[in-house]
Design a protein around this ligand. Structure first.
Ligand SMILES: [Zn+2]
Length: 124
């Protein structure tokens, strides 16, 4: 693998060892599924490999420390990545995106529609 050449960064052996420690700590279970009362075992390698995920995105002040990392499954990773990038663009999360929100956006870019998920109590 090309990114195996260096010993630093995400692809290096340090990162791999850290990832293994995080997976061990999390008992090889997806932590997002676990919070949803679902048991999703993941592997370190292979088709069912889990993802060593930043609990808080690096862009939002997260770090590469073990306590800021968690073991998650591929499905949760896809959803999280999608929601995070959507969040970054001010777009509502995937499960709310069936409604056309963009017609009711104020000058500040905030949706004026009271039914918009961003305007619901608990989401602000
Ligand atoms: Zn999961």
């Amino acid at each position: 693998m090309a990114w195996d050449k260096t010993n630093s960064g995400r692809g290096g052996s340090k990162w791999r060892a850290k990832r293994a420690r995080v997976f061990n700590r999390d008992q090889y279970l997806c932590q997002i599924c676990k919070r949803n009362q679902k048991i999703t075992p993941v592997a370190l390698h292979g088709a069912k490999h889990g993802i060593c995920d930043h609990i808080k995105p690096l862009a939002e002040g997260g770090t590469d420390k073990e306590e800021d990392l968690q073991c998650i499954c591929q499905a949760c990773d896809r959803l999280k990545t999608f929601n995070e990038s959507a969040h970054g663009r001010g777009v509502p999360p995937a499960e709310h995106s069936t409604k056309p929100f963009y017609k009711n956006v104020g000058l500040d870019g905030w949706p004026t529609d009271p039914d918009h998920p961003a305007n619901r109590p608990g989401n602000v």
